[in-house]
Design a protein around this ligand. Structure first.
Ligand code: SAH
Length: 236
């Protein structure tokens, strides 16, 4: 099957699974997912599955990306904050739908790779930084929309609630362990926050602080020589 046929099959599946927002479907169609995953998984780029991206992290399943994006109710006037840049794929999808994306990642090597991909695709309305996203991005706040792509254990980080504008929406997976995680939509109202539970999911955990910059043991074991930069880590 050609990659175009695989992509069409994926879009059909997303439609059947409840993705009705045509702007979201168009964004998924336009952003080449294979660019955001290591070459050894390119044949699976248009399967509806999560895939490893290094540092023990994953690019989310397309249906989860599409659902979270749809539930975020984003438009072209919005300023959006993403926590967990990872591969950069979700940021690229958001960039097609909103005015500007701010994205934070705690693993510097992941962020550097993501930024190169986004530059190659000439996507220019994304600003990224290495930081602990649980603290938000105070200099750029408030945000119309915030999306967290790693799971909090019990509560949304306070800083994210505070950096949401009035009427703003926060989409965040939460749950103590992988078997009981759900996506929540939290809407900032005049005096409080409305919280709705959406779909069941499995996400990597939202972790505090910036990650230490060390070689990636998992990638080192499996990688093709050209897909990772680990030899550099052994040079000193
Ligand atoms: N949106 C990504 C999904 C990446 S997986 C994509 O489209 O590929 C989740 C990411 O969240 C991981 O890269 C992980 O390192 C990052 N992460 C976890 N806790 C974080 C935190 N406190 N601040 C910033 N990034 C975090």
């Amino acid at each position: 099957m050609t990659s175009i046929a695989r992509k069409i099959r994926l879009i059909m599946k997303l439609r059947k699974s409840g993705i009705t927002d045509t702007a979201v479907l168009a964004a998924i169609e336009r952003v080449p997912r294979e660019v955001f995953i290591p070459p050894q998984f390119h044949d699976q780029a248009y399967e509806d599955t999560a895939l490893p991206i290094g540092r023990g992290q994953t690019i989310s399943q397309p249906l989860v990306v599409a659902s979270m994006t749809q539930e975020l109710r984003v438009n072209d006037r919005h300023k959006v904050l993403e926590i967990g840049t990872g591969s950069g794929y979700q940021a690229a999808i958001l960039a097609k739908l909103c005015r500007r994306v701010y994205s934070i990642e705690r693993h510097r090597p992941l962020l550097e790779t993501a930024e190169k991909r986004l530059a190659n695709l000439r996507i220019r309305n994304i600003t990224c930084k290495v930081a602990d996203g649980m603290r938000g991005w105070i200099e750029q706040a408030p945000f119309d929309r915030i999306i967290v792509t790693a799971a909090a254990s019990e509560y949304p980080p306070q800083a994210l609630l505070e950096q949401l504008s009035l009427g703003g929406i926060l989409i965040i997976p939460m749950g103590r362990d992988k078997s009981s995680q759900f996506i929540y939509r939290i809407t900032r109202q005049e005096n409080d926050y409305k919280c709705e539970r959406l779909m069941a999911v499995r996400f990597v955990p939202l972790l505090p602080n910036i990650a230490r910059d060390e070689p990636d043991p998992v990638q080192d074991e499996q990688a093709d020589p050209f897909v990772f930069s680990a030899p550099l880590a052994f040079q000193s």
